[in-house]
Write a protein that binds this ligand. Structure first.
Ligand SMILES: Nc1ncnc2c1ncn2[C@@H]1O[C@H](COP(=O)(O)OP(=O)(O)O)[C@@H](O)[C@H]1O
Ligand SMILES: [Mg+2]
Length: 231
């Protein structure tokens, strides 16, 4: 890896560290962490609760800043960008799926999926066409006008996945996407993710407690002592 990260990696980080200041104390959560992810690669991250998985995804997605080290997303070093440029890069290159869907309550499924496209300045008719196509692909073609409160937990996660894929990002980060679902629904979401990841060039980095989901990724890494090790 050179000082610009790794040439064709969609994501790379080097010597990544994060400390939280807790009053007079500084708690080191991540330290000396390295990772490279290539187009289309699917990686699971496992690790005990509190080991720093969400902290890591937030740093990789530019939602939080590292105490040490650098992150390159689609060839750009996040810390070298100002807030606006980082936001634009995130919108273009990244999708996020969380344990709790984080959909906008006042908007329909279609509008929620349109949002990243409209922020990315896709014309509205084109955004609606693409959002509707994606929602159909995740099995929700008949739920376009429903608001999040009118959808089941599994349906909301399907909308969140469609939204994450709206701009055909280089990378989707998923933080326990099935953690809040019953086993049967989780299974359906898993199958959907795998099917989608087979048909797009998007890389997937998924934090999960589910050994079955982890086993279906190309590689599983364990977060342990602030670093990633091959599980
Ligand atoms: N904003 C914060 N301020 C202080 N400590 C935090 C903050 N966020 C997380 N932590 C601490 O960092 C550690 C890792 O948290 P987290 O990344 O959420 O772990 P995981 O997702 O693996 O369960 C935990 O000990 C947690 O208490
Ligand atoms: Mg977490």
């Amino acid at each position: 890896m050179n000082e610009r990260g790794t040439g064709d990696a969609v994501l790379s980080c080097r010597n990544l560290g994060k400390c939280y200041e807790q009053g007079p104390e500084s708690v080191a959560v991540l330290s000396g962490l390295n990772l490279e992810l290539y187009p289309g690669q699917r990686v699971a991250i496992v690790g005990s609760s509190g080991s720093g998985k969400s902290t890591l995804l937030n740093l990789l997605g530019g939602l939080d800043t590292p105490s040490e080290g650098s992150v390159w997303l689609a060839g750009e070093e996040l810390s070298a960008l100002n807030e606006k440029a980082r936001g634009l890069l995130r919108n273009r290159a990244l999708g996020f799926v969380y344990q709790f869907h984080h959909l906008l309550a006042e908007f329909t499924a279609l509008e929620n999926v349109c949002m990243p496209l409209l922020i990315g300045t896709t014309p509205i008719a084109e955004a609606q066409r693409k959002a509707s196509e994606l929602l159909t692909r995740v099995g929700l073609g008949h739920r376009l006008e429903h608001k999040p409160s009118e959808l089941s937990g599994g349906e909301r996660q399907r909308v969140a996945i469609a939204r994450a894929l709206a701009n055909s990002p280089a990378l989707v980060l998923l933080d326990e996407p099935t953690g809040n679902l019953d086993q049967h629904t989780a299974q359906g979401i898993q199958e959907l993710m795998l099917e989608l990841s087979n048909s797009v060039r998007t890389a997937f980095l998924v934090v999960t407690h589910d050994p079955q989901l982890a086993a279906q990724m190309d590689m599983t890494l364990r977060l342990e002592g602030g670093r990633l090790v091959v599980a």
